[in-house]
Structures are given as C-alpha cells and as structure tokens.
Design a protein around this ligand. Structure first.
Ligand SMILES: Nc1ncnc2c1ncn2[C@@H]1O[C@H](COP(=O)(O)OP(=O)(O)OP(=O)(O)O)[C@@H](O)[C@H]1O
Length: 764
C-alpha cells in the first residue's frame, strides 16, 4: 500500500496523519492490521520492534469511535493496556498527534509515585473516550472503586501482549478481563508471538485475524563479546569513552547495578542518565525526556525500558548482562534501529553464557562474535582516581558497590546459576573490579547452603506458586529475600501459563519470601481480617475487642485488615496530639521558672542559693526566656561583657561575685544568664554608668572580667569604653519615668576605660 488514503479513513484521521508529516506510507503491519481492525474483527498482530504497531491500533480506535459518533458523554469507549507508564505516555502522544482533528479525549490512568489519586483517575475513566492504562492501576480501580463502570467499552487493546499475558501477570490479567464487558473488540499487539491458544482463550477473542509480519530488520546489526566478570566495568568505561559521539542505551540486570554504575561514572565526570522503576516519577520522566531529546548521551537502564519505548536515533544498545530470554534480547535490541533507521546491538557475555548465542541463532538472529582487546577489559585503570580510593572516601558509594555485587549474583542465581557454576567465577576479582577491598558476604548463598545441609529457611513466610512480580514494580528490582522466585523462562521452552505454574510447583516449593507489608496489602485487598484480636466469653462466644482494626462501633465487622492510608492518618493525628502536649509542658515549665524568678526578685540583695541558680539554669536551650540576645555575647564559653543599652527595666536582681563564681563553672546557659554586666558611656563620655541588666548581675568590673578571661582583653581594647563597676549596687530614686519610685540600680561610676588596669591584673 502506497499511502494512508487507500484505507477507508475519515477526513479527520487523514488530516491528522498529514499534520504529522512523518506518516506517509503505511508500514507492513499497518497495512495488514488496520483494515481488519476497522472491520470490527479481533486482531492478533505480531511484528518486529519499531515497525509501527502503535499507529496500527491508534488509527482503528479513532476510526471506530468516530463512526459510532462517539462523544465524551458516552463514557469510556476504548481501553489500551500497556506495561509501563512511559509507554502509556508515548501512546498518548501518538493519539494526540494523529487524533487532533477528532472530538475525542484521551486520558492516562497509570498511578505510581507521581500518578494522580484514584478519585481523580476515576473521573478520567468516566469522562474520557479513550483511556490508556497500566494493568496494576486499572486493577486498583476495579478492586477499590464500587462505581467502576466500563460497560460502554467497545474496544480493548493489549499492547506488548506477550509481556502482559506472560506468566507473572496472568492472574492480574485474568481479573481485568473478568471486569470487561462482552461483546467487545479485542486487539493484541506484540513484537514476539503470543505463546499459546490457552492465553488467548482467556481473553475471549472471537475468531481473531492473525497478522504477522516477519520482516528482517536490515538496519540492525548484532554482535556479542566475551568479557570476564571482573572486566565488565572497564569494558563499559572504555566503550563509553570510545563512542563519545553516539547515543548509547546500556541494559543491566538490576536497579542496584544501575545505581552503582551511574554513581561511579558520574563521579568520574562521565555524564550518564539512569532509568529504573524505583526512581521517583519526576526523575524518571526527566531521564526519559533527556534521553529522548539528546543526541549524544548514555543511559543505563533496567528492563523497565526494554519494551516499546521509542527513543529516536539510538546508535548502540549494550546488554551488559545476559538477558534471561531470547524475547528479552529482542526487545532490548529493538530500542535501536527503529523503523527505517540503523543501529547496533552489543551483547556482553561471560564464557559460560556463550550458549545463549545458539538460542538467538535458532531464532534466525544473525549475531557475530567481536573480540575486544585485552586492554579494554583487563589492564587499564580507567578511572580518574582508583576506585578503591574513591570508595574508601565515600561510604555511600561503597555500600552501593556492595549492593551491586550482591544483586548481580542474585541475578545469576535467578538465571539458573548454582553453586558449582558460581564457583567458576572469580568473585574476589569481581569485588575488586567494583572497588571493593573485601568480597561482600552473600547471605542468600549461606542460607541456601544451610538449607542444602538439611536445615530449613529460618523464619520466613512462604507462598506457593504465586506470581512473582507486579506490573507496577520494576522488573529487575529485587531484594535478597526474593531469591527463590523463578524468573521467566525462555519463551521457546515455556508451555502455556497453567502448565508453567504446575511445572514450577516443585521449584516454588523452595518457598518465596514476602515482606510483611506486602502480606498486609494482599490481605487487605482480599478482605481478610488481620490484626484482629478476638476474645471469647465463658460460653465460648466470640467477643470483638474494641480498638482492634475490625471493631466498628455500630457492632459488626464491616471492613477488614490494615488500611495503610487510615493508619497513616491516625499516626499524623497522634503526632499532632504529641506536639500539643509538648507545647503545654514547655509553657508550664516557663511559668514555673518565671514564678521562681519573681520570688527571687522580691528579696533584693539577698544572695542566691546554689539550687536557685540551678533552677535558673534549668531553662536550657530556651533562648527567648533567657532574655539575652545570644548573638551579642562575645563568646559562649568564657563569659564576657555585653555592650548594650542601659537598664531598660526596673526589675533587677542582684547577685554577688561570690555567687557568680560557681555559676561560671556551671553550664553555658547559667553563664549566659549571669553575664548581665551592661555598660554604656553617654554621648559626651563624661558620665559613664554601669547597669545590671534584667535578671542578671555580677559585681564584676570589665578589668576583672579580662583578668578572668584573657580573651576579653581584645574586646576591651577595641571599644576603649570598658566600664568598671567599683561599687556594687545602691538604692536610688528613679526619675526617668517622671514618677518617683524606689528601685535598685548600680551606682553610676566614672571609671577609666582601662586597658592598663586589665593588663596589670593579668600580670598579677
Ligand atoms: N508509517 C510510518 N511511517 C513512518 N514512520 C513510522 C510509521 N509508523 C510508525 N513510524 C515510526 O516508527 C517508530 C516506531 O514505531 P512504534 O513505536 O509504533 O513501533 P512498535 O512496533 O510499537 O515498536 P515496539 O515493538 O518496540 O513497541 C516511531 O518513531 C514511529 O513514529
């Protein structure tokens, strides 16, 4: 077919295609799939990566809804299910470009860290004509929203169908399909053939048209190279350093490996991007956009972006760790040489992994061996500083290297490596190649050894034959406790889902560990009551215990299990209450302190007892209360003279030097409170006064102060206005306010600002 005009398409769709400019001639898969889908038939389509499958379902959806004169008031008309958020976004963009002339709306229901809340998404489901979703999120809606209604649905598309229908997600999909209305039209698209008729029967396809385009990808070259485990990092370094003018996508087997490689390269001033599932949605999107838009860039990623993502002009795809299946290899390699572009795929293998090449060749992938020079993997120390030094200085990086080490071994274990094979690797050299002086201890191997020696796995929860992962999770995001989960087997060897599960039974008998939180979530979803304490009365009748999560005041068990959001809310409330109580406590303390101070003030001249001083010092850390501008103190240690305003308040407390002495040896707070010698010279310098500031005193002269602490000498020198109190205190008439009243005030004394005196005192 030479042009899209040859299809029976609406003017709106054709104009949309023309607007896009790149879509001139339909690709082979489009030529075959679009007419069948527009006819209303179920379609099962498979074509190589980058062959234009997205457009092959976008056009029929637009056309079919257009023909039904669909509008947003009709509700949801088409649902597209796709494995990842990035892919959903990409599909939405194609709808947006090609469908811009239609009066249809497209919404995303993808959840996740940055995903909108369920209520918002529910509105999208109700109002939008076309919704693109990830399986995990749509399942959330189906489970949690009683108003979930997809009865108006006409077309369902399953993109990356082989992935969505594979063993790990079979159960999720079964639940989703249960909620979908029939009759409906179903379109399945994948780069590799879906595996068995049993899979399809679950989707209730009605005499599907099978469309398969088996074209060779001429632009894609495949190479593999053998690199020892300890040479991988150096290989990567040299590769990146050599191909600086390229766009490179590097796949590794785990999130932890991505993180370590990313960090170590960044610290060596090699700018790389990282993309993996656990990344916050914001950073994930930023990395995705960066890689999309930049011309010469390196990105290290997990399988999160092995499928479907359409990055333009990727020159190299490097698979640093051997993929688990041929399909995985095909999808990863397919990120380069998109549509009519060219690109190269490089597979890095350990010696023992070389048989994988035969599997690829069996699938007619023409892959050739390319040896790299010794120096690329062995001799050169590529880094700016040696990795050991770097890790020694950076504990974070060291911990990351250790995690990377363990995660890689776990990947090998999941891929079928067992102790004898693992022993063939030089693990200590591998550890050193990551910059680790010691080889990290691998607990899971110890556990397995113990188990093999007859012991059981200690204290772990087990679950038989459960599906291993959920869609929303990063596929390669493992914890050490998940080691007994079996990875997806090579599709070639894999029978239908049900058979798979039964076959895996003996393997899974080895038990999979799941976290408590995961268990709680599962129970909550299933409506199982957990954390419920039931007491029985004397007659053996169950009594519900108030306060347990299952207790409802009306009596009766209505909701069950651990509601995480409710628990969070409760914690917040408790937190608030704690804060209020703490504030009250502090207020009360201040009140008591003030009371004590007032009592003390009533006895002017009377020396403070040691415990009273202590009481004053108790307000530790309460700076406001101390009434001292801490910033104005010379220093917090030696006490000192504070230059400030003259006796502002009438209420003053007097202590003698004798009392000051113990305080000086006491804590910082007490000293501060007692450093109240405030002196000021009047403007003409003739009359100089020394005042005891609020609540503080000390019959100390500036010179004595300097004698006590030589550091004060400097400040005395600078100011030349040091005031020295010769007479401690006396009673005077206060006339400043215009009223006459009695008050305690230090005598204004004329004293020389006396550096000499200080010096003399210092010399003794
Ligand atoms: N008819 C066409 N003419 C020109 N370019 C096209 C055409 N159809 C699709 N493309 C381009 O080809 C690229 C790959 O398309 P798409 O992502 O749909 O491939 P795919 O088959 O879904 O790949 P994958 O299997 O990896 O998901 C996109 O950049 C798209 O714009």
């Amino acid at each position: 077919m030479d042009s899209f005009e040859e299809f029976d398409l609406s003017e709106e769709t054709l104009e949309g295609l023309r607007d896009c400019a790149i879509y001139k001639v339909p690709s082979p898969i489009q030529t075959k799939a679009i007419p069948a889908a527009i006819e209303g038939r179920d379609v099962l389509a498979a074509a190589r990566t980058g062959s234009g499958k997205t457009l092959a379902f976008v056009i029929p959806i637009l056309e079919l809804l257009h023909r039904e004169k669909w509008s947003d008031t009709f509700g949801l008309g088409a649902l597209v299910i796709t494995p990842t958020r990035e892919l959903a976004l990409q599909i939405a963009k194609v709808f947006h470009e090609v469908g811009r002339r239609h009066k249809l709306s497209v919404g995303l229901v993808v959840g996740g860290h940055g995903g909108r809340d369920l209520a918002h998404e529910r509105k999208i489901m109700e109002k939008y004509s076309i919704v693109i979703c990830t399986p995990g999120r749509i399942l959330d809606h189906m489970d949690k929203s009683h108003r979930f209604d997809v009865s108006s649905l006409k077309i369902v598309v399953i993109d990356e169908a082989d992935r969505i229908l594979d063993m790990s997600f079979a159960r999720d999909m079964a639940s989703i399909v249960e909620h979908l209305p029939t009759p409906r039209q179903t379109l399945l698209f994948s780069a590799t053939q879906t595996r068995s008729v049993k899979d399809l029967s679950r989707l209730s396809l009605d005499r599907p048209v099978v469309v398969s385009v088996d074209e060779q990808v001429e632009g894609l070259k495949h190479f593999y190279t053998l690199v020892p485990l300890e040479g991988k990092l150096k290989f990567l370094w040299n590769f990146i350093k050599t191909a600086t003018q390229s766009k490179i996508l590097v796949f590794v087997s785990s999130t932890k490996e991505v993180k370590y490689l990313h960090d170590v390269l960044q610290k060596n001033e090699v700018r790389v991007l990282a993309l993996y599932g656990k990344l916050s949605q914001m950073r994930r999107t930023a990395a995705y956009q960066d890689f999309l838009n930049k011309q010469h860039v390196v990105m290290i990623a997990t399988d999160l972006c092995e499928r479907g993502l359409d990055f333009p002009n990727v020159d190299w795809v490097v698979q640093l760790d051997c993929p688990d299946t041929v399909e995985q290899y095909i999808h990863r390699a397919g990120r380069t040489a998109r549509y009519d572009k060219s690109g190269t795929s490089v597979l890095v293998l350990l010696d023992r992994e070389e048989p994988f090449v035969e599997k690829l060749q069996a699938k007619e992938i023409s892959i050739t061996r390319q040896d790299v020079s010794e120096s690329a993997v062995r001799r050169v120390t590529p880094m700016k500083t040696s990795l050991e030094n770097m890790l020694a200085r950076d504990p974070e990086l060291k911990a990351s290297a250790q995690r990377c080490f363990k995660a890689y071994l776990m990947h090998l274990w999941k891929s079928g490596w067992r102790e004898p094979e693992l022993k063939t690797l030089d693990l200590s050299a591998y550890a050193q190649s990551l910059g680790l002086y010691d080889q990290p201890r691998i607990r899971f191997l110890d556990r397995l050894r113990r188990r093999d020696a007859g012991g059981d796995l200690p204290g772990k929860t087990a679950e038989k034959g459960s599906s291993s992962k959920s869609f929303s999770n990063d596929q390669s995001d493992e914890s050490e406790d998940e080691i007994l989960t079996v990875k997806q087997k090579d599709v070639k060897d894999a029978p239908a889902v049900e058979e798979d599960l039964s076959k895996l039974e003996p393997v899974n008998n080895k038990l999979r560990h799941i976290s408590k939180a995961a268990l709680a979530r599962k129970e909550a979803n299933k409506g199982i009551l957990s954390n419920t304490r039931i007491r029985f009365d004397d007659d053996g009748n169950a009594l519900l215990v108030e306060g347990s999560s299952a207790y409802v005041s009306q009596g009766g068990i209505t909701s069950a299990g651990l509601d995480l959001s409710e628990a969070k809310q409760r914690l917040l409330e408790v937190d608030k209450e704690d804060q209020l109580a703490q504030r009250k406590r502090i207020k009360e303390k201040h009140r008591l302190e003030n009371k004590k101070r007032k009592e003390l003030r009533r006895k002017p001249g009377q020396p403070l007892a040691r415990d009273e001083l202590q009481a004053m010092g108790d307000g530790e850390g309460d700076e406001e209360d101390a009434g001292v501008t801490l910033g104005s103190l010379d220093d917090g240690e030696g006490g000192g003279v504070t230059w400030g305003s003259f006796g502002e308040e009438e209420d003053e407390t007097v202590i003698t030097e004798a009392e000051y002495e113990p305080a000086k040896r006491g804590n910082r707070k007490k000293r501060r409170m007692l450093q109240g010698v405030v002196a000021e010279a009047d403007s003409n310098g003739e009359e100089e006064k020394v005042s005891m500031k609020k609540r503080k005193t000390g019959a100390k002269t500036a010179a004595e102060e300097a004698a006590v602490d030589p550091r004060k000498l400097n400040s005395l020198r600078k100011t030349k206005k040091a005031q020295v109190v010769e007479e401690p205190v006396r009673h005077v008439e206060d006339t400043r306010s215009g009223r006459t009243k009695k008050r305690v005030e230090p005598a204004p004394v004329n004293v020389q600002a006396d550096e000499d005196l200080a010096l003399r005192l210092l010399r003794g």
